[in-house]
Design a protein around this ligand. Structure first.
Ligand SMILES: Cc1cc2nc3c(=O)[nH]c(=O)nc-3n(C[C@H](O)[C@H](O)[C@H](O)COP(=O)(O)O)c2cc1C
Length: 200
């Protein structure tokens, strides 16, 4: 077995593109960043995706309680959105006020500018101890920017973000990652199976 750090570096090859996850609960809107989202169905008529969200993030309970979320593929020109949504918590500030968005068909915020967006209803969940893996049925989709906005840039990958983030963000990013790893380490060993409620 490799050393844990070497194993983690290899696992990093499995990170997804950078996505912005949005949620709305009782009128309060929020957004966060993940790089752990994947397509979860090969059936065009049953579009599904999954995303892994830590329980200590504010967005987690918003999604768990409402059973819906928005997922946005981003563009390489949107590093500022990653900073805004991924470096601060919605517990402390209203992050979406500075990012143009509108209300989607399911009631979740949809960013006006993105590579593509998917609105999802939670179909099932899996507890990992420190996080929940949400399986989402895609119930609405939009390609690229909202009307009137030209798409800018290529799909934003995690590698692009890590390589090209402004130098002044790096220490904060590493510190946040370390804190999350510590919190997750404490929670990861206790897995509680969950029976998901039907939302339809
Ligand atoms: C590049 C990047 C990738 C991230 N990936 C994840 C992830 O996969 N799952 C997760 O729970 N948090 C992830 N985060 C951290 C959250 O986006 C961050 O903790 C955010 O502040 C949570 O916001 P909230 O408390 O308002 O929900 C990531 C952050 C960045 C910058």
């Amino acid at each position: 077995m490799l050393q844990p750090d070497a194993t983690y570096q290899l696992l990093r090859n499995l990170t997804s593109p950078v996505v912005a996850i949005t949620a709305e609960r009782k009128g309060k809107e929020n957004g966060m960043i993940s790089d752990a989202a994947v397509r979860a169905s090969i059936v065009p008529a049953v579009p599904r995706l999954s995303v892994y969200i830590h329980k200590f993030n504010y967005s987690h309970d918003m999604i768990f309680e409402t059973g819906r979320f928005g997922l946005h593929l981003l563009q390489t020109t949107q590093l500022d959105v990653v900073h805004r949504l991924g470096f601060f918590s919605g517990r402390d500030q209203d992050k979406l006020t500075s990012i143009p968005h509108h209300t989607g068909k399911t009631g979740v915020p949809v960013l006006n500018e993105c590579f593509a967006h998917f609105e999802c209803r939670v179909a099932n969940v899996m507890d990992t101890g420190s996080s929940t893996l949400f399986l989402g049925d895609v119930v609405a989709v939009g390609r690229g920017a909202a009307a009137g906005l030209e798409p800018r840039g290529e799909l934003l990958t995690a590698t692009y973000f890590r390589t090209n983030m402004p130098a002044e963000w790096r220490a904060e990013y590493e510190a946040k990652l370390k804190d999350a790893q510590q919190l997750a380490a404490e929670m990861s060993r206790t897995i509680t199976p969950v029976v998901w409620r039907l939302t339809r």
